[in-house]
Each structure stands twice: as structure tokens, then as C-alpha cells.
Design a protein. Structure first.
Ligand SMILES: Cc1cc2nc3c(=O)[nH]c(=O)nc-3n(C[C@H](O)[C@H](O)[C@H](O)COP(=O)(O)OP(=O)(O)OC[C@H]3O[C@@H](n4cnc5c(N)ncnc54)[C@H](O)[C@@H]3O)c2cc1C
Length: 333
């Protein structure tokens, strides 16, 4: 029986842990993490399935499309199942507003529908100053439901958890046959990877039950229905580690969002949130054998998903779990 530790309890850690359980049913899998649940970056994300190749540099397009497809098959099957409520997967329609033509986006072959909106309709909806408006029907993951749902599956399969910060990888040598690194931004210090950096985002969750659709622009203004609440965002600030809520960011977000959706006025703020998108070009999914003071440590990495971590979590985790299986089999030979 293999002993495997997955480091990190965000969306990437738990998705990878479940896929390892599926691919190696005899393995003992433990998630070790400093933070769980609402303390993770994953918890607060908007969760819209709209993987954007622009934010995933250094990966072949066919791989990005394959990850998107694998994720879509899983999320969309949940959204139409009797697990939809519990898993937080919901079908949602909305508009993408842009000044440049969107020819063949990564998500086009996945989502339920993708159509260009006529000029007349775009103008009637107040989107006339955008050259192109697309109507898209996709899914959102309400992460505050989806993350606990995944943890429940993980525990039902015999998975264990431990709340602990790892500062020295030597602690894991001889205890685990393999360690999976899903620590996101934590890889900077734990694995010395300075190529991962934060892209700070701030958003609001408001009560606006009269707005049922999403609106997405390329100018840091978006609205995403999120269960009983509506996510209103956002911003993208590279290399900014600040986790405080900034008044100036809130004012900027609201000003931009009122412009694309005047109907937002009157919405009551439920809460605000900031998060750091763990960004790396390319996303790192690979095997490595580390020679540490206490001995060898087999590691599989899965981190650096940036703005696409929710959309890409399932697809990348399937590949990472496959690497875990390969690494263990080749070590046995
Ligand atoms: C404002 C905002 C909006 C977003 N909207 C979307 C969206 O609409 N769609 C989408 O697909 N994505 C979105 N994202 C991106 C998404 O949130 C991230 O890509 C994703 O959450 C990354 O998941 P993760 O598991 O890698 O990281 P995290 O959720 O940060 O988890 C990392 C885990 O590692 C643990 N850890 C770190 N270091 C250590 C250590 N030394 N020892 C032990 N444990 C450690 C942490 O405690 C944590 O549990 C958004 C992000 C932000 C900030």
C-alpha cells in the first residue's frame, strides 16, 4: 500500500487527491495543509467556467483544450444531476463584452452554447459601446459548496486530513512514498520557486436577486451569479501580496460595474474579499525527485493555475494523478 501526502487543501489539492484515489484505489492519501476551507484562495473565487488561454501561457493549446474538456465533462454532468445543489454546480447564462472578435475560445467546444448577439440586441441591453457581444451558457462552481462536496467524496474514499504547515520537506522523507505539491503560492517558499507570483484580486458579494445572468468584460468589470449572491469584481494586480480590502479598489470596481450594468444600483453588499491568484507560466504539472538531507523524495507538482484554477482544477488533476501512478510504478521497477 502506497502512502501519499497531498500538500494543499485548495481546489487543486482536493481534486488531485480524489483522482489519485480513483487511479490507485489501494493508496492511503492524506491532505496536509496549513489552511482549509474559507481560508484558501479557492473559497472566494468567482467560479465561472470560462477558461482563458490568454492567462495560461507556455502550455500547448491542445493541452489547454483537453484540460478544459475533461473539466467540463465533470462539472456539466454534476450541474444536470441530483447532486447539483450539494456540489454547487449551476448552469448560468450571460454575456461576454469585448472590442475584439472572439474566434474560437478555449471553452467554445465545451459550453452549452456560444452565440454572437445582434447589434440591435446589444444596444437594447446597453452594451452598444462594445463591438462584440456573445451570449454564453456555461456552469459556475459555487466554491463554498463545491469544496466541501469534494472533501466529503475524498473522506468517503478513505482519505485523511491534517492541518499543519510544512516548512521543511525533510519532515516528509521516509514517511510518504510520494508527495504531491498543490500549495499554490506556497511553492515560492516551500519549493523555492520564484517563478510563481500573485495576481491580486478583490471582489464584492452583493444581494441583487434581480440579476440572474453573468457579464464579463476585459476591463476588470464582471458580475457572476453565485447562489443567493452576486459576485461583483474585480481587479488584476500582478505581484501584489496585499490581502487587505482596499476602499479605492471597491470604488473602482463599483464604478466600472455600474457602467456595464446600471441595474446593479441598489444592491446591498453582503461581504468583500481579496485573493491572490497563484500564477505561473506555465502551470507546473510534472514529476521531480528531490535529494534532501534525509534522503530522496518523489514529488509530483500541480500548481500555478492563476485566473483559471477552478475551471482547470479537474482536468489538470487528472493529469497529475496519472503522473503519480507513473512515478510510483517506475520506482517499483
Ligand atoms: C478574485 C479572484 C477571482 C477568481 N475567479 C475565478 C473564476 O471565476 N474561475 C476560475 O477558474 N478561477 C478563478 N480564480 C482563480 C482560482 O481561485 C485559483 O486559481 C485557485 O483557487 C488556485 O487553487 P489552489 O488550490 O492552487 O490554491 P489555494 O486555494 O491557494 O490553496 C493552496 C493551499 O496550499 C496550502 N499551503 C500553502 N503553503 C503551504 C505549506 N507550506 N504547508 C502546508 N500547506 C500549505 C494553503 O494553506 C492552501 O490550503 C479567481 C481568483 C481570485 C483571486
Amino acid at each position: 500500500m502506497y502512502n501519499i501526502a497531498v500538500l494543499g487543501a485548495g481546489i487543486i489539492g482536493v481534486s488531485t487527491a480524489i483522482n489519485i484515489q480513483k487511479q490507485i484505489p489501494s493508496a492511503r492519501v492524506k491532505i496536509i495543509s496549513e489552511k482549509f476551507g474559507q481560508e484558501t484562495t479557492s473559497w472566494g473565487a468567482g467560479g465561472l467556467f470560462r477558461p482563458t488561454a490568454k492567462f495560461i501561457r507556455g502550455i500547448p493549446e491542445e493541452t489547454i483544450r483537453r484540460w478544459a474538456r475533461m473539466g467540463w465533462d465533470f462539472y456539466s454532468s454534476l450541474a444536470v444531476s441530483d447532486q447539483a445543489k450539494e456540489s454547487g454546480m449551476q448552469i448560468v447564462s450571460g454575456y461576454i463584452l469585448t472590442q475584439t472578435k472572439v474566434e474560437n475560445p478555449t471553452y467554445k467546444d465545451c459550453v452549452y452554447s456560444f452565440h454572437e448577439v445582434s447589434r440591435k440586441s446589444a444596444e437594447e441591453m446597453g452594451f452598444g459601446h462594445y463591438k462584440y457581444v456573445y451570449l454564453v451558457t456555461t456552469v459556475i462552481a459555487i466554491v463554498k459548496d463545491y469544496l466541501p462536496w469534494l472533501f466529503k467524496r475524498f473522506k468517503e474514499n478513505g482519505g485523511e486530513t491534517e492541518q499543519r504547515r510544512i516548512d521543511d520537506l525533510n519532515e516528509l522523507v521516509g514517511v510518504y512514498d510520494l508527495v504531491v505539491n498543490c500549495t499554490g503560492l506556497g511553492s515560492r517558499t516551500l519549493f523555492g520557486d520564484t517563478s510563481i507570483f500573485p495576481v491580486r484580486g478583490q471582489l464584492l458579494r452583493v444581494r441583487a436577486p434581480w440579476i440572474k445572468h453573468f457579464i464579463y468584460t476585459e476591463e476588470d468589470a464582471y458580475l457572476i451569479p453565485n447562489g443567493d449572491l452576486l459576485v461583483v469584481g474585480g481587479c488584476r494586480q500582478e505581484n501584489n501580496f496585499n490581502l487587505n480590502i482596499e476602499t479605492s479598489d471597491r470604488e473602482g470596481i463599483l464604478e466600472r460595474c455600474y457602467k456595464i450594468c446600471p441595474a446593479l444600483k441598489g444592491a446591498v453588499i453582503d461581504h468583500e474579499w481579496t485573493g491572490l491568484r497563484p500564477t505561473r507560466f506555465p502551470i507546473r504539472i510534472e514529476k521531480e525527485v528531490l535529494q534532501l538531507k534525509r534522503g530522496r523524495l518523489m514529488v509530483v507538482h500541480n500548481y500555478g493555475h492563476g485566473a483559471n484554477g477552478i475551471s482547470m482544477s479537474w482536468g489538470t488533476s487528472l493529469d497529475a494523478a496519472e503522473l503519480v501512478k507513473d512515478a510510483l510504478l517506475s520506482a517499483k521497477l
